[in-house]
Structure formats: C-alpha cells, structure tokens
Design a protein. Sequence first.
Lengths: 239, 234
Amino acid sequence: MKLHVHIKKKISEFSLAVDLEMTDGLLSLLGPSGCGKTMTLKCIAGIENPDEGFIKLGDRVLFDSRKKICLPPQKRRVGYMFQDYALFPHMTVRQNVLAGMGRRPDPASADPFLERFRIADLHDRLPEELSGGQKQRVAMARIAAQDPDVILMDEPFSAMDTMLKWELEQEMLETLSEAEKPVLFVSHDLDEVYRMGGNICCMKDGKTGNIISNEEFFEDLKNGNSELLPGWRILPPER
Amino acid sequence: MNDMVNFLSGLDWSPLFISLKTGVVATVISFFLGIFAARKVVKASPGVRAVADGILTLPMVLPPTVAGFFLLLIFSARRPLGSALYTSFGIKVVQTWLGCIIAATVIAFPLMYRNARAAFEQVDVNLVYAARTLGMSETRIFWRVIMPCAAPGIVSGTILTFARALGEYGATAMLAGNIPGKTGTISQKIAMVIQNGDYRTAGFWVAVILIIAFLIILLMNVVTARHMKNIHRY
C-alpha cells in the first residue's frame, strides 16, 4: 500500500512542510528533537490537522484541504505506537489488545496476538506490572490486532537501556518485516536508524528531505556530505 | 444510664434523616452536573474557561449566606421566577425540603466540579489519542478510558461533596429555614438547641456529625491509598 503525505502546518513560529511518499516497508524519519517528526505522525493519524495539503493511504484519502476531507482518527486505520506506549493503565494486557478490535470483541480473539508477541502468560496483568520490553510487546500486539493499513512509531526505544533496546529492535524488525505495510519510524538516534535499516528521510526545521537508502545515507555521513548534519562525521572505525 | 435511655427514646431523629437525604440527593445532582461542567470547561477556550471556572467556583469561596441571599432573590415567591414556579407548577422552594436540596447543591457543587476537573486534566492525553487511533468512539473513550483514569479524583470529589452537602448551614437556613421534621438538618438543629442552652442534645448531634465526618475521611484515605499503592513518594 502506498502512503502519500504532502502537508503544511504552521504552529506559531514553527512551520511544518512534509513531502513523503512511501510503500510497504520501513522508512525512518530522522531528525533532531523538535524538528516536527512527531507532529508529522500526528497529522497522518488525524490527532492533529494540517493547514493544507493532502494525505492519501492506498486509494483512501485521509485528508485533503481542498476537497475539505478530514477523516477522524477512528476511520483512518492507522496504527500509532506512542513513545510511552499509551497502554490503558486500568485494563489488563488482554483488554488492551482487545481495545482496537471493535465494539464487543470475543475475549478469545486476542489469543493469537498474545501468542505471537509472547505475552500470553501475562494476559491478566496490568501495564504497571510489566517491564519496558513487555509493555512494548503489548503495544505491538495491540496494533497488530487492530490490523491497520500503516504503522507509525514515535521513538519507541527512547526510554530503554542499550541492552534491551538492541534486543527489542531485532524483535520489532522481525515483526515489521512480516507486516507488509508501510511503517514510518521516527527517531533522533543515528545508531538506531542504522540498525533498523530501511530507507531514511531526514527532517530539519519542519522540512523533509529526499528519501534515500540506508547505505547511501551512511555513506554520505561518513564522507561528511550529509544534508542533515553538514560537516558531521561518523568517527572512523580505527579509533 | 436510665437517663441516657430516656434521652435517646425521646429524641427526634428526623434531623439525621433530613441531612442524609439532602446530602445524598445534592451529591447525586452535583455529581452529574459537576462532571458535565468539568468536561465543558476543560474543552473550552482559555478565555471562556477562566470566566466559567470563576462563576462555577464562586459558591465555594463566598460565605454561604451570600449564596443564600442570591438564592432567595431567585426563588422567593415575591420574585418573578419564584412566583412563576409556584403559579404554573406548584413548586415552592423557600421553606421547603426542595430549598434544602438546592442550597446544599449550590454550595457543594464546586467541590465536585473542581475535583472532577482536576481529575480530567491529569488524564494522559496520549491515552485518548491512542484510543482514537484504535477506532474507539468518543462516547466509548469517555466511559472506557477517561472515566476509569479519572476515577480516584472523581470518587474523592464525590465524597467531599457529600460531606459538604451534609453539613450545609448558612444557605440552607436562609432558603429552607429550620422547620422541624421538614427542613431541620443536623447543623440547624445544633444551632437551635444551643440557643435554648440544651447542651446535651447539641452534644449528641455534634457526636453524630463527628462520627460521620471521620468515616468520610477514612473512606477518602482508603480510596486514595488504593490508588497510590504503586507510587513511591517522599
């Protein structure tokens, strides 16, 4: 499925201008804090509305300022993974997974997702009783159960220690490659983006750059030609 | 001992029931109105919010007699609204139990409203966003996400509202008067018997109020303690 995002939004002094086109697979949106990455995700999910432009997912128009189309988040079929996972604190793991499965889902319909994300034995725990990695798996299971057309991830590893992060990245990569959906991954961490692979789009002061492959991006970076980080170099390996 | 039995058997228990009935009804009304108002105010624009919040909180800050004065202005049978209510619906507010309820509701409402508002404001907005992207309708989000997350604040607000409504004196005395068996609440009973120097009856009702108040505080602590069990604080 193809995702087209061409939007503009002004927030007091800051202006966002995003031009993105992507298909199934991973695209990392890389940029410093406050460059508008999260705002971009929120606009795609319908949590915030752009001033102008359009967002198209497959053949569905999610937003079009000219045709005055603006689907509510409920109708967009967008899976959004929040930085802190936004698990419902008063619901058990199972209830969290069921939350995106319609009005009165059969409790057993969560089972395949609980199995797949290895949280079946935690099914009656509350989020506060889970570790960071377990919470992330619940959040992933909830999104998988919702069966969205696109997955948006807002710095899902930012709150984790390095050891756990590495493990979870691998785990998430596996899940995402099975998903066969566009996955937009937001990050400010070069290492993370490098390990996740996939294409990269740099973002700076609210503007998106070209979409380039992972190899190309790090090649540029090594040679100090990066648009995003002019003059910035990855330290040579011999150090 | 015999004295005590005589005292208790000769006692008019009506103030307890009038107070409890008034407290319960006023709390139920304040509960729904307070939550409704809190939702509206939280969603309103900052300017509207400041003014609306001021008006809704005012009865809590004003002396109850001032609130009673305004209530009389509105509901007195010699005033337009009061007389219209009486002639067209036969509703009388002044010197009736209805007056007790209205006075207690007006005075206790801000407690419910402010607690509900604070409870709503501390609900993590990302939870609401997450619920939306998961396809939950706004009504469902309110009942399944916002209310459960705000529950501890709303429960303690309800308990405080009940406590305040139960003990209301100033506005009640002005609007509803102190008619034994009809509008005579515990707090009015205490004031009345003290004027006659009847310290024994006053002391008895003071003890009743003390016990109820203590139970209320105990209940509050139990509710909040359950909520706090996973939060480690200084």
